[in-house]
Design a protein around this ligand. Structure first.
Ligand SMILES: NC(=O)c1ccc[n+]([C@@H]2O[C@H](COP(=O)([O-])OP(=O)(O)OC[C@H]3O[C@@H](n4cnc5c(N)ncnc54)[C@H](OP(=O)(O)O)[C@@H]3O)[C@@H](O)[C@H]2O)c1
Length: 263
């Protein structure tokens, strides 16, 4: 029988992982720091209280499970101690990292260069230290994930609120349903100790997204207040080749049309 899957830190992505695991009839449990409040939608035997900053909760996570780590793996000292306690080296572990790990050297090149998994990372960032420890010491598979959007996390709202505006900066996005499917593909087929970039494969400028948002939904962008850098263009060739992933939401604007009516 396949191992129990534990969603370690079940927030936004965790919800969709639970849906995808249910569809695949995989046994799973999810953790929360406040399971009775945040995981009330799961049966009680699928809820685990776990808080990385409270070692007394660590034994609640069963051993020899498949683990989907869905919150920043920091600070390193706690990550190290938890990995030893939970014997993570004997588990399949997928860690959701971020494309912000890439340490983009300011370049005059525009559009910015494509970034694959061999690009330099910022080892000063606490979460990057945790991810690299889990990858190199426990054989975890690290996903470097682009901006997550989906129902209730709508880039059109980010434009309306002025959190982003029409700039030449490149943005890489991934629909949360695609991310959930990719996490499961990584669990099944990912190579231990490897890194995979995760996005829908099409970097876009915020200028383009804002223009389309105005054309299609009359969304008004707020004027930009500060100069932006050029962003990144994330290469997802390895994801497609090695994990055989087919993105279900490659067309951002079609996906946004659906997302705008979903909660
Ligand atoms: N949002 C993005 O655009 C984006 C982009 C790239 C990468 N990522 C990364 O992808 C991962 C998933 O993102 P998400 O947006 O789904 O995250 P999320 O909604 O914040 O869910 C993570 C959950 O983990 C739990 N958690 C947080 N700190 C914890 C700790 N110290 N110990 C135990 N549990 C803890 C929290 O649940 P409880 O409060 O119930 O404990 C939280 O809701 C995160 O690592 C995130 O940084 C996000």
């Amino acid at each position: 029988m396949p191992n129990l899957v534990v969603i370690l830190g079940s927030g936004y992505t965790g919800r969709y992982l639970a849906g995808a695991l249910t569809e695949e009839s995989r046994r799973f449990a999810a953790t929360s720091r406040e399971p009775d409040r945040n995981l009330a939608h799961f049966p009680s035997d699928q809820r685990i209280r776990f808080d990385l900053t409270h070692p007394e909760t660590w034994p609640n996570v069963p051993q020899e499970v498949d683990l989907l780590w869905c919150f920043p793996a920091a600070p390193i000292e706690l990550v190290r101690r938890f990995a030893a306690t939970a014997n993570l080296s004997s588990c399949r572990v997928v860690v959701l990292g971020s494309t912000s790990a890439y340490n983009v050297i300011e370049s005059q090149q525009y559009p910015p260069p494509w970034i694959d998994e061999t690009a330099p990372i910022d080892q000063v960032k606490p979460r990057v230290q945790g991810e690299e420890f889990l990858r190199m010491t426990c054989g975890a598979i690290v996903l470097r994930v682009a901006g997550i959007y989906g129902p209730g996390r709508n880039p059109l709202d980010w434009i309306r609120s002025g959190r982003v505006g029409p700039s030449r900066k490149y943005v890489n996005l991934i629909h949360v349903e695609d991310l959930a499917a990719i996490c499961l593909a990584a669990l099944e087929q990912g190579r231990s100790g490897e890194v995979y970039n995760v996005s829908d494969g099409t970097p876009r400028t915020w200028e383009e997204v804002c223009r389309k948002a105005h054309e299609l939904w009359h969304v008004i962008s707020l004027p930009r207040t500060s100069a932006d850098d050029s962003g990144k263009r994330v290469d997802t060739g390895k994801l497609t080749k090695e994990l055989g992933v087919r993105i279900q939401h490659p067309d951002l604007y079609r996906a946004l049309e659906q997302v705008k009516d979903q909660l």
